[in-house]
Design a protein around this ligand. Structure first.
Ligand code: SF4
Length: 210
């Protein structure tokens, strides 16, 4: 079985296992997802989902947040950890959206990368989830799982994993595939316990590099 064949089979099985898997961050507007993704660094999505309503209640638009005091943003987002740098990035990012993009999130991967606090993972998430474009989101679950499964070989650096996956994952499948990896990584192919290979739908095709 080639890597590509294995990837297609895994995509197929995970689709059946998690038909409705989508982004675990709550959002209704692109700029809100941008903020939640920044807050999710070294924090759980559940915690971010709890915190952001307070921020958006007080600052309900890009313009309002761009005007906000960084210290006030920090006060609200502190429970997500790294409050100072996250607040600084959010403020600078909202200012850039306001001043350079008419208050909108750009539908352009390279433009997204220029926004403060936005790296490849976040830019891919936005391209996939907001704009429905091809995307590979290499978060911690993705990197752990694709290594274990044998889709990449001992690669931990997110950009390198992304580049390897582009070679074997059909572009239109990438975004949903990565969401499903998150679900599978939480429920079955876990990080903090031994993975539950005995009840895994990929048991017979996974390389189990644990
Ligand atoms: S078989 Fe085991 S290592 Fe492979 S994906 Fe399933 S739980 Fe993870």
């Amino acid at each position: 079985m080639t890597k590509k064949q294995r990837a297609l089979e895994i995509i197929d099985r995970l689709k059946k296992e998690y038909p409705d898997a989508d982004c675990t961050l709550d959002y209704d507007q692109a700029w809100k997802l941008l903020i939640s993704v920044r807050l999710a660094a070294q924090c759980t999505d559940a915690r971010v989902n709890q915190i952001v309503p307070k921020l958006f209640e007080k600052y309900p638009s890009v313009e309002a947040l761009a005007e906000a005091e960084v210290a006030d943003i920090e006060e609200i987002v502190r429970p997500c950890g790294l409050g100072k740098s996250k607040a600084r990035d959010i403020s600078a990012c909202m200012k850039m959206l306001r001043d350079e993009f008419g208050g909108n999130v750009p539908k352009d991967f390279n433009a997204l990368l220029k926004l403060p606090g936005v790296g490849r993972k976040s830019a891919n998430l936005i391209m996939g989830d907001v704009f429905g474009e091809p995307a590979i989101v290499t978060d911690t679950h993705c990197i752990r799982l694709v290594n274990r499964m044998g889709l990449v070989d001992g690669i931990k650096e997110p950009k390198k994993v992304e580049m390897e996956l582009w070679k074997i994952i059909p572009p239109e499948e990438g975004s949903d595939f990565c969401h499903r990896l998150v679900w599978h990584g939480r429920e079955v192919c876990t990080a903090r316990t031994q993975p539950y290979c005995d009840k895994c739908c990929l048991n017979d095709i996974c390389k189990k590099r644990i």
